[in-house]
Design a binder for this molecule. Structure first.
Ligand code: DHB
Length: 312
């Protein structure tokens, strides 16, 4: 039986539903070419700002037993570099290219969106909420600020686009954000960004594992999978068919990917597992997902997408 794990995000065809998330390993052209040559079905580029940034002081990333902690601080080459990279990647590889925009102000975001309108990127992911920019709050937790930003960029953006969200934990907050999202022509949301401001400690050295913000950083990997699934599921129920969902958070295996799609995701991204296992993770997760679907008699994602049942 042939198993089809292709998907469409914002009308863009993807050969599989599995690709990289915007993160620490997609900053340089060399890193992006590693993703281009892997089985990742799209090439997501690092979240970019107006000007290039060095990011936060080192150490700023650490592997943990079941995931990772990071406070990179948006190290990136500036949006002009990613506009240029998108031209190179689109010409050289037959894969959708995704820009991730993290401007530090409304004006910066508008400038960057305009520049990507005139680029060959296929999709734009707006990421207003890095948890690690020192002195900046996580925007996704400020409903009014989200409304202001989405209003501005939705007037500018001429590409298929979506928004990457932080994890929510309270049902009232889901409702508030869903009501803002529904006001704008957003094609998808990506759930979740890392869980902000965790603290990882080395008990032997009696020190934090990373330096910025007194050791606080975004948690990713297996620790966050349950929060990620809850966000995918809850937004799937709140947003209906109008806005697609890309799931991310703790996906290491094909069965993990299956769980996200069952909860309502149309695609999944891989972050920490890509950093820890290298680019072969995309092929591994693809093959495992196909195998699991085959065992269950599913031929395509639509056979089970969103069809999660509640325990009885
Ligand atoms: C960074 C971290 C994030 O979780 C994010 O969404 C954007 C940027 C960073 O620290 O570089």
């Amino acid at each position: 039986m042939k198993v089809d794990i292709s998907t469409k995000i914002a009308g863009v065809q993807l050969e599989s539903c599995i690709f990289n998330t915007a993160g620490p390993a997609d900053v340089t052209l060399d890193e992006l070419e590693i993703i281009a040559k892997s089985k990742s079905s799209a090439i997501t580029m690092k979240s970019c700002t107006l000007a290039p940034r060095e990011g936060n002081p080192q150490p700023r990333y650490a592997d943990l037993e079941f995931g990772s902690i990071n406070s990179m601080g948006l190290p990136n080459l500036g949006y002009k570099a990613y506009v240029k990279f998108s031209k190179i990647l689109a010409k050289k590889y037959k894969k959708p290219v995704i820009a991730s925009i993290s401007g530090l102000s409304l004006e910066d975001n508008v400038t960057i969106f305009k520049a990507f309108n005139d680029s060959p990127v296929d999709i734009i992911e707006f990421n207003p909420g890095s948890p690690n920019t020192i002195g900046k709050p996580i925007v996704g937790y400020d409903v009014e600020e989200m409304d202001r930003l989405l209003d501005a960029v939705s007037k500018i953006c001429q590409k298929p686009w979506g928004v990457k969200l932080p994890p929510y934990f309270d049902l009232v907050h889901y409702d508030q954000i869903a009501n803002v999202l529904k006001k704008y022509p957003i094609n998808f949301i990506t759930c979740i960004n890392s869980i902000g401001n965790g603290l990882a400690i080395d008990p032997y050295k009696e020190k934090t594992l990373i330096k910025p913000k007194g050791g606080l950083g975004g948690i990713g990997g297996k620790y966050v999978k349950f929060a990620a699934l809850a966000n995918v599921r809850t937004f799937y129920e709140l947003l209906g068919a109008k806005i697609q969902i890309i799931g991310v958070g703790g996906i290491y295996t094909g069965i993990n990917a299956f769980e996200f799609i069952l909860a309502g995701a149309s695609a999944v991204q891989i972050g920490t597992a890509f950093l820890q296992k290298g680019p072969k993770i995309f092929e591994t997760v693809q093959n495992e997902l196909k195998e699991f679907m085959q065992d269950k008699g599913y031929k395509k994602l639509a056979d089970f997408k969103g069809k999660l049942k509640v325990a009885s």
